[in-house]
Design a protein around this ligand. Structure first.
Ligand code: PA5
Length: 463
């Protein structure tokens, strides 16, 4: 059975020295804190942290699979209209588990998948110019059912469908994933009779990938969602382990916390060594940033906490970021995502054997080259005393990706306790949403609009 593993040797003082590395004993000293954090998280499992139990919702999983089966062969394209936690997991799963060229040449019967997580008119306009909406199934995803970006896209594509298919005909091209009650989408679903799925209570956007938010589009494009959920459930078991050093979530959360609080590494780089893992790093950037980037009351006033997540892709970023990572400021720590065995074996031809600069490549494979480059980067980082841990994926499968995503979710929940903040709200995001509503003239936001107007009267400076 493929099991992902976390190796933290190169984050330890014993390997890279005490200035940048954490002492194993100090991790062990956190056992009490970590157990408390775990107990707090677990006490909320059946309350407001229902995302912890998403791997076990067999009825919902079967309903999604039945829907995907009914839709098979009916649409050339599936289009996700969603943003943030209602889009990043969908993209991460698609790029990890389907071909990078899926949209050029989808497997027989499978639709293409487009994730329009921006209201940029050049993106949406180009989509309308390029793709016939009548070939699409639009999955409108919004937990709150009111996000301006998603709702405006819904209005645009709904109108495009009605113009072509009429009031009744357009309905089978829309499937909505939203809260059971809150927001404007649910009553619209009821009025129109759209097919719909529920984002369960206690499941926040960035923790919703294992709910219909992430599962529906995945099932539609042929991803093994049951494998994903099995991986998540297995990781759940590992994350409930009491001993800190047998529990990857405790180890990861403790290292993140010590790296920032004690070793002053304010930047957490996820270095995905594999093209297929790049969007998992992007997904994690939101999970970490939005969950831990908070303000809290400290003894001397407000404290602003949270690591800055950065994503990098190996080997590509060796030729872009690695110079900075090895010799630049010592304000970063690294999580390398590594793949044991790739699906493809691509041999390198042994041509130009008389040229030393090429001969060493001949009769080797791209996997060997990639592994050597990854090791090279790891060695360079470690020798420069840059703390790095590795998460090893024996293969990239739904099962291992499910383990990884659940591990990161659980770790971030523990980090919330260690940092002493609420990892599950996002007042900063809401503040931006409210300002945008006010600027767009939404009813009920007049006061905010007046405040903003006043602020905007300040003289601006620029060149
Ligand atoms: O993690 C979050 O809560 C956010 O990123 C939301 O997912 C994002 O703002 C979209 O919200 P909604 O699904 O309500 O449209």
């Amino acid at each position: 059975m493929d099991r992902i593993t976390l190796d933290y040797t190169n984050a330890l003082a014993a390997t890279i020295g005490p200035e940048n590395g954490v002492q194993e004993a100090s991790l062990a000293d956190m056992q009490g804190l970590l157990s408390e954090a775990q107990a707090k998280v677990e006490s909320r499992r059946t309350q407001d942290l229902r995302w912890l139990d998403l791997p076990y919702q067999a009825d919902v999983h079967q309903e999604i699979l039945r829907y995907a089966e009914r839709m098979q062969g009916r649409f050339e394209n599936v289009v996700v209209l969603g943003i943030g936690g209602s889009a990043l997991g969908n993209r991460a799963l698609h790029s990890a588990l389907n071909s990078p060229f899926h949209e050029l040449s989808p497997p027989a019967g499978a639709p293409r998948l487009f994730i329009l997580d921006n209201v940029d008119p050049d993106l949406v306009g180009e989509f309308l110019d390029t793709i016939d909406p009548t070939t699409c199934l639009f999955n409108v995803i919004s937990k709150s059912g009111s996000t301006a970006e998603t709702m405006s896209q819904f209005l645009i594509f709904r109108r495009a469908l009605i113009e072509r298919l009429g009031d009744e005909g357009h309905k089978e091209h829309v499937v909505v994933t939203t809260d059971a009650q809150a927001g404007v989408l649910r009553p619209i679903v009821e009025d129109e009779g759209y097919c719909s799925f529920v984002v369960p209570e206690g499941v926040g956007g960035r923790f919703s990938v294992m709910s219909p938010v992430g599962l529906l589009s995945s099932a539609l494009v042929g991803i093994d969602i049951l494998g994903l959920l099995r991986g998540a459930a297995e990781m759940d078991k590992r994350c409930r382990e009491a001993n800190w050093d047998a529990n990857p979530a405790k180890v990861y959360a403790a290292i993140q916390w010590q790296m920032q609080e004690q070793k002053h590494k304010n930047i957490a780089v996820t270095f995905a060594y594999g093209h297929r893992l790049r969007d998992l790093a992007d997904w994690y950037a939101q999970l970490l940033g939005e969950s831990i980037g908070k303000v809290k009351a400290g003894p001397d006033g407000n404290e602003h906490v949270g690591p800055t997540p950065v994503r990098a892709v190996g080997v590509t970023d060796q030729h872009s970021q690695v110079q900075l990572y090895v010799e630049g400021p010592t304000d970063k720590w690294f999580t390398m995502l590594e793949i044991g065995a790739h699906d493809h074996r691509v041999p390198i031809p042994a041509d130009y054997g008389d040229k030393d600069a090429l001969a060493y490549l001949g009769d080797r494979t791209l996997s060997e080259l990639m592994a050597a480059e990854r090791e090279g980067t790891r060695i360079a980082l470690t020798e420069a005393a840059r703390p790095n841990v590795s998460i090893h994926f024996p293969h990239v499968t739904a099962h291992t990706v499910g383990q990884y995503m659940y591990l990161m979710e659980y770790s971030v929940a523990l980090m919330g306790e260690l940092y002493g903040i609420d990892a599950f709200d996002q007042p900063g995001v809401e503040a931006g949403k409210i300002a945008a509503y006010a600027l767009m003239g939404r009813k009920g936001f007049e006061e905010r609009a007046a405040e903003i107007q006043q602020q905007q009267q300040r003289p601006s400076k620029g060149v």
